[in-house]
Design a protein around this ligand. Sequence first.
Ligand SMILES: Nc1ncnc2c1ncn2[C@@H]1O[C@H](COP(=O)(O)OP(=O)(O)OP(=O)(O)O)[C@@H](O)[C@H]1O
Length: 332
Amino acid sequence: MIELEGLTKRYGEKLAVNRLTFTVRPGMVTGFLGPNGAGKSTTMRMMLGLDRPTAGDVRIDGQHYDGLRDPLKYIGALLDAKGMHGGRSAFNHLLCLAQSNGIPKSRVHEVLDTVGLTAVARKKAKGFSLGMGQRLGIAGALLGDPRILMFDEPVNGLDPEGIHWIRTLMKSLAAQGRTVFVSSHLMSEMALTADHLVVIGQGRLLADTSMADFIRQNSRSYVRIRSPQPEQLLDALSGAGIIAVRAVDGALEVDGGKPEHIGELAAQHQVALHELSPQQASLEEAFMRLTAESVEYHAHSGPPGAGRPDAVTPDAVTPASRQGWGSDWKKG
Ligand SMILES: Nc1ncnc2c1ncn2[C@@H]1O[C@H](COP(=O)(O)OP(=O)(O)OP(=O)(O)O)[C@@H](O)[C@H]1O
C-alpha cells in the first residue's frame, strides 16, 4: 500500500504537486492519470525518495522510502526506461542491480524469462528497441519480487503487441495481490487496464474513484442529428421540451434522447434529417472534460465533441463561441 498525505512539491514559483492525499491499494491496478505536466512523474519521484516533498508525506507499507531496509524488495519501479547503462548487456545490468541489493543471481534469469528477454540477455542494452528497453526496465522493477510496483508511462512509444503485453503483465501482477500503480495520459489505455483511477491536473487531485464508477458517471449517451433545416428542427425540439446543443461541426446533439422520438418529431414537423444516430461519448472525452481547466498546453484542434458544446436555442447560435476544448494554443 502507498499512502500520500498532503504531498506537495514546489519548484520555485511552480507548484508541481499540490496537497495530494490518496491511497494506492494492493490487489488492483491503480491508474494515475493527468495531462502533460500535471505532476505525475514528480509525485512518483517523491514516492521513491528521489525528490524531497516541500510538504506532506508519502509512506510505503507504513514507512518512508528512505527507511526501507531493502527497498527493491518492497517496491520496484520503472521511471525512465532509457536511464540505464547502454554499454552493459541486459544480463549484466540486472546482475549489478541484484548484487547491490542482496538479490540472488538466479532471480536475474527468472525476470529475464518473465519479460521475454532471455534470448537477447547477452546483448548490449544500447542496441535495444524501445520495447525491449521497456521490458528490461520492467525486469529491473520485478527483480526484488516486490509487493508494490510502479510504472511511469510504460506503454509510451510501444507497438500494439508491446502495449498488450504490458497490460496483461500489470493485471497478472495485481491478481497476485500486489499493489500496481501506473501513470498515463491516455484514458483509453487506462480504461482497459486499471481497476481504480486517480486523476490529477496542475498538481491537484481531480478524481479518486473506481474505474467502474468513472465509466458509469462519464459514459454520456446522446443522439446526434444533422438536418438541412436546423432552425425548424430546433423549434420542433424546443417545443417538445428537448434541449439540443450544437456541436463544433454544426450537428445537433441531444443528451439521453431517443432516436425514434426525435425522428417522429422531425417527421411531424416535416423536417428532413440527414443523420439521426445514437452516440456514446468516449472516456477520453470525459477525461478531457475533467482536466480541461488544468491543461497547461491546449492543442489547436481538439477531438470532436471533446468540449461540451454550448446549449443552444433557435435564435442563439454563435459558432465562434462554440470552438470548445482545444480551440487555441494557450499557456494556462
Ligand atoms: N526539476 C524541475 N524543476 C522545475 N520544474 C519542474 C521540475 N520537474 C518538473 N517540473 C515542473 O513541474 C510540473 C509537473 O511536471 P511532471 O513531469 O511531474 O508532470 P507529468 O504529469 O509527469 O507530465 P508528463 O506527462 O508530461 O511527463 C511541470 O510544470 C514541470 O515543468
